[in-house]
Design a binder for this molecule. Sequence first.
Ligand code: NAG
Ligand code: NAG
Ligand code: NAG
Length: 380
Amino acid sequence: MIQRTAWAIALLAVLATAQTYPPDAVDKLAADSLPNLKEYLAKNPQNGCTYETAVKRREWSNLSVQERKDYTDAVLCLMSKPALTSAQAPGAKSRFDDYMVVHIQQTPRNHGSTFFLPWHRYYVWHYENALRTECGYKGYQPYWNWDRYAKDPSNSPLFDGGEGSMGGNGAKVAHQGIPIPGAPSPYNMIPPADGGGCVTTALSRINLGPIAPTLRITRNPRSDGLGHNPRCLRRDVNKNAAAVTTANYTHSLITSNSDVYWFQTVMEGQFPQGKWGVHAGGHYTVSGDPAGDFYVSPGDPVFWLHHAMIDRVWWIWQMQDLEKRLAQVSMTRTMNNFPPSANGTLDDLSGLGVLAGDVKVRELMSTMGGLGGKFCYIYD
Ligand SMILES: *[C@@H]1O[C@H](CO)[C@@H](O)[C@H](O)[C@H]1NC(C)=O
Ligand SMILES: *[C@@H]1O[C@H](CO)[C@@H](O)[C@H](O)[C@H]1NC(C)=O
Ligand SMILES: *[C@@H]1O[C@H](CO)[C@@H](O)[C@H](O)[C@H]1NC(C)=O
């Protein structure tokens, strides 16, 4: 639970609200791209979703402190509802955990593959919908514009530990740094930062995993990570990692990669070349357990804001050439083509396991009109 005791922290939150961020290069690109979207929509009706009816997902610090609390209260509500997946995952204790179960089970399919972008779009939308329909949340999924907090993430509205935050950094605990397999020095290590221990202002306790732990975590009783392993949320909020998520990197990701293969490759990281990319960069900015665990990362509630930003960046990229990019997927059906598989297509199926059935990838390509019109959102 969020501790509501420290006045100093509350004051910090108030100060953070007062903080304003001028539009960065990516914000400007998004705004400049909206006429393309409107023009496209005028010619191509989208299952009843129009520019006027599309809802807007907003940036975390653009929400008032009350709106942020409404969001975190809804997350806590999801954590208080009984799991649907406990038959297959005895460690799953809540509806929130259900989402971790699905991610754990499908990690290899949905990373470094055709499904990475469309599947995560579906996944985030489904979670947003659960917050709204099961927990009375009236807003929409907020996103984390990495650039705003990259210089000093631990003192940002996201991680300062105040009432309007997603909980604070972890307590400072000495550790060796976090190894990044497959990357050359110095990119083979996230250096230790000011946290590493338990988050005392945490939104959650963790029940599942670890599978690919980055800190010394008690092993899960089951090899698939789905047994019960209750523990605190740990973070090591890290500006070293945040440095690769600035608007500079994100803008060039969007504008320098016209083919979706390269857009996705640069976004997901080119580890042998020491390039983490914005996707891993965001995960490593939070770091710790389970945010740094490739399989279990949705158990840190900030995952959902990070992946909303991933989705936003794809949306901005798509707006640069809607005709083509709403229909473009690449890569194969398996992670890094291991084991070797065919190239994926728009007719491949993608689903959320026990949470939601399979749909064709083509249903997940447009934030406006996808999933038979259930997707109807843009980013503010
Ligand atoms: C979000 O906040 C920034 C200042 O932090 C402001 O420049 C921008 O206009 C806001 N956007 C919206 C849509 O309110
Ligand atoms: C901007 O991003 C590019 C890669 O896209 C990188 O090579 C360059 O060092 C970055 N510049 C700054 C100032 O971070
Ligand atoms: C699979 O996609 C790659 C590009 O991503 C392309 O070079 C290759 O020809 C495709 N293979 C087949 C069999 O279509």
